[in-house]
Design a protein around this ligand. Structure first.
Ligand SMILES: [Zn+2]
Length: 410
């Protein structure tokens, strides 16, 4: 959907000859995103420890914040009154918010901190936490959950998620979905997928109503979220259902590829979905940011990515280099007066040494997080940028082989 001042569109450019990967350009009311692109995460409307100007300088084209966190604090009405998410956080470029579905369920239902995606041995609909420990309950209408901040009770429905995300005002917003894990039974996955499909319809209706009601605001693009865990038929069904969904002439502007994705079959699962989705709409692979996973996502047709890992790991002194991940507190760095990564063009590597970072981390100085986060975010942003340029130049396969060969050598 577009009008002259509130444009949103996606143009597909060069494609890989043998796979679904493509370069493209997403246009939003706050600027363009050249894809494939990594979108750094500012969960609570800030990339922890880094100024928005620094995020722009390191090549971030957009930022993604989280609807659940901003709903609880400071509240969407405050972000709305501030002029929307970008204005509130002094980020003039494009913004995304995710629907809050994942956080509501993962914080509420009590998934372990990192969902054990590879555990094939345990299957149960009692996802991880016992009933008494659960902070969230899902029904066909929505999810009731307990705030992780103060224990107060809240409810998200597809309509409420749309209202919250319209108030937050990001350029790209996501439909409210039920995120399952690989632990759920097949029967539960089927039931959940149908629930997510019905919620997607309700999201489109409410999104259309809010778009009309708030017609003076910049256009917000709604992307439907595909679930289906590890099942081919369910993933393809989700892609067909949401890819062709149209209510009163309104359809999704793009798609989020979500849910439980086993690392070993990530490419296969992404491929099932992208084969069924309309070519001319962008796709975002939710929560993926490991270098090898990014290559697999890109070559199978995902256009944008987000993940908290680069900044979260940076704060624990784990940084990326061309020859793999290293920990800066390691004693071997205390007299290393070279940059973290000789090949890196980030502000940190241009101005600081590994020895200085080692000192900052060991003495628990706040600047350690700032400098390490700038480096890690630049590393991943540049990695995906390079995937784009090599798709265009025809050198993608060679670049992938060279990068992965060095990064995972040890
Ligand atoms: Zn660097």
């Amino acid at each position: 959907m577009e009008n002259s001042s509130n444009i949103f569109n996606f143009k597909v450019g060069k494609q890989l000859s043998d796979q679904g990967g493509r370069a493209g350009v997403i246009t939003t009311p706050h600027g363009e995103i050249q894809t494939p692109a990594f979108i750094p995460v500012g969960t609570k409307a800030t990339v922890k420890s880094v100024l928005p100007e620094s995020m722009k300088d390191l090549g971030s084209q957009a930022l993604l914040a989280n609807a659940y966190h901003l709903y609880l604090q400071p509240g969407p009405e405050i972000v709305d009154a501030a002029g929307g998410l970008g204005k509130f956080m002094n980020w003039p470029g494009p913004t995304y918010t995710d629907s809050g579905g994942f956080q509501v369920l993962s914080l509420g239902v009590g998934f372990k901190k990192v969902i054990a995606m590879n555990d094939e041995t345990f299957r149960s609909d009692e996802v991880i936490a016992d009933k008494k420990e659960r902070l969230a309950h899902v029904d066909n209408d929505g999810v009731t959950f307990k705030s992780h901040i103060d224990g107060s009770m809240h409810r998200f429905t597809p309509e409420i998620s749309m209202q919250v995300q319209h108030q937050l005002g990001a350029d790209i917003i996501f439909a409210f979905d039920e995120c399952t894990t690989l632990h759920n039974t097949r029967k539960y996955q089927e039931k959940s997928l149908e629930r997510t499909r019905l919620w997607a319809e309700r999201c489109l209706v409410e999104h259309d109503r809010l778009t009309k009601e708030r017609s003076t605001k910049p256009y917000q693009a709604l992307w439907g979220v595909l679930q289906g865990a590890q099942y081919e038929d369910l993933r393809r069904k989700a892609a067909k259902d949401l890819g062709s969904m149209e209510i009163k002439g309104v359809s999704f502007d793009g798609f989020g590829l979500g849910g439980a994705l086993d690392k070993a079959s990530l490419g296969t699962i992404v491929g099932w979905m992208t084969q069924e989705l309309p070519e001319n709409k962008p796709r975002h692979l939710l929560g993926i940011g490991e270098p090898d996973d990014l290559f697999v996502g890109v070559e199978n047709g995902a256009d944008t990515f987000d993940c908290v890992a680069p900044s979260r790991q940076a704060r624990t002194s784990a940084v990326f280099t061309n020859v793999g991940r290293v920990n800066l507190t390691n004693a071997k760095f205390n007299r290393d007066f070279n940059p973290i990564d000789e090949e890196c063009d980030c502000y940190t590597c241009k101005n600081y040494t590994a020895a200085y970072l080692n000192h900052l981390f060991r003495s628990k100085e706040m600047l350690a997080s700032t400098l390490a986060t700038i480096h890690n975010e630049r590393f991943i942003v540049r990695l995906v940028e390079k995937m784009r340029t090599t798709i265009i130049s025809g050198d993608f396969a060679e670049y992938k082989k060279d990068f992965l060969g060095r990064f995972y050598a040890s």
